[in-house]
Design a protein around this ligand. Structure first.
Ligand SMILES: *Cc1c(COP(=O)(O)O)cnc(C)c1O
Length: 348
């Protein structure tokens, strides 16, 4: 498969901005109009007066080792949201190309495509929230550059079948698999498959299992060619020094993350059990994520009752296939108890 031919012509020809710190990270640095006297405050002994490494070599080295791929297979963004935006910009010609989404799914794919004036083709998941491969096939044509899959999917909470994702990889477009919630599933990431599938992009984030939504760090794993084009179009210093440092510290805490994930999964199972016993909840969908999708007798009423008690969940009931559905994030045990209590008080 020729990936280069899927890249927009202007991006193929683009001469990227040549930034300071690209060639020299140390020495007598008089090349970037920084403040050589230092910064007004210092945090963690970081040289905050200097622009950070535009290649993010340290962070990418650690992420590469963690995912058993090379540094050249890792791209780091300001959350996965930036990665999604840049993928659209590398591949999709505004007003000409299209992307396919598997609805109901994460809202940012549609927003990123729409900002670029790229056509969005929505293919519904099946009743059990799996990929309708035949339906996707019919939607894809030579101007379809991207197919977005989310596994486990937000908001339906289930994993998609690997064999369906791999079937999509044969359709001639780039397949983006968003694994934001993969740490909560008892399943391996597809990351290593990028080594034999040059059109597969796997998205990961530190915002969920790692508990670091505040620092904005997401990344993707893909063939080196795709990574090289993302590097070309990204803002030169997209990842700041504080985020890089925090990331490096966090990535050494794998054991602790694993423990937290186990605790969240245990809470999830408790919550699934409790929600299943409530009369106002008709169905609790199976979950491989840190949230639960439920079908209620009246989602909007329940949503309002909970909001009235300062318990905020997500009302997804206007989306296709999600009539009367709420999405509930697993909280601490105390928070989960308060949620169940609030529902019981009202519907007792
Ligand atoms: C939360 C979430 C993300 C994370 O986005 P960041 O920009 O990395 O915080 C990505 N994809 C999905 C499906 C999500 O639900």
């Amino acid at each position: 498969m020729n990936i280069e031919s899927l890249i927009r012509e202007n991006i193929r020809a683009l001469k990227p901005y040549h930034s300071a710190r690209q060639d020299y990270l140390s020495g007598i640095l008089l090349d970037a109009n920084e403040n050589s006297f230092g910064s007004v405050i210092t945090i963690d002994n970081l040289s905050l007066n200097r622009y950070p490494d535009p290649y993010q070599r340290e962070v990418r080295t650690v992420l590469a080792a963690m995912n058993d791929v090379a540094l050249e297979n890792i791209f780091v963004g300001v959350g996965s949201d930036e990665v999604i935006d840049l993928i659209v910009r590398v591949f999709c010609e505004p007003r000409w190309d299209s992307v396919v989404l598997l609805d109901p799914t994460y809202g940012m794919y549609r927003v990123a495509a729409s900002i670029q004036d790229v056509q969005v083709r929505s293919c519904l998941l099946t009743e059990d929230f799996q990929i309708d491969v035949e339906a996707v096939k019919k939607m894809v044509d030579s101007d379809t550059k991207l197919i977005f899959c989310c596994s486990p999917n937000n908001p339906t909470a289930n994993l998609l079948h690997d064999e369906d994702i791999l079937a999509l990889c044969k359709l001639g477009a780039i397949v983006v698999v968003d694994e934001a919630y993969i740490d909560f599933a008892k399943k391996e990431s597809l990351a290593k498959l990028v080594l034999d599938h040059p059109n597969l992009v796997v998205l990961r984030t530190l915002s969920k299992a790692w508990g670091l939504a505040g620092i904005r760090l997401g990344y993707c794993i893909a063939d080196a060619l795709i990574i090289s084009y993302l590097m070309k179009v990204k803002p030169p210093y997209n990842i700041n020094a504080l985020t890089s440092r925090t990331t490096l510290q966090a990535l050494s805490k794998g054991v602790e993350v694993h423990q937290t994930v186990d605790a969240i999964i245990q809470e999830r199972e408790w919550l699934v059990e409790e929600l299943g016993q409530l009369l106002c909840i008709e169905h609790v969908f199976p979950t491989d994520a840190n949230f639960i999708l439920v079908r209620c007798t009246d989602a909007t009423a329940l949503y309002r009752i909970l909001a009235g008690k300062d318990i905020i969940v997500r009302n997804r009931s206007t989306e296709p296939l999600l009539e009367n559905c709420l999405r509930i994030t697993v909280g601490t045990h105390r928070e989960n108890e308060m949620l169940i209590q609030a529902v019981k008080e009202y519907y007792a």
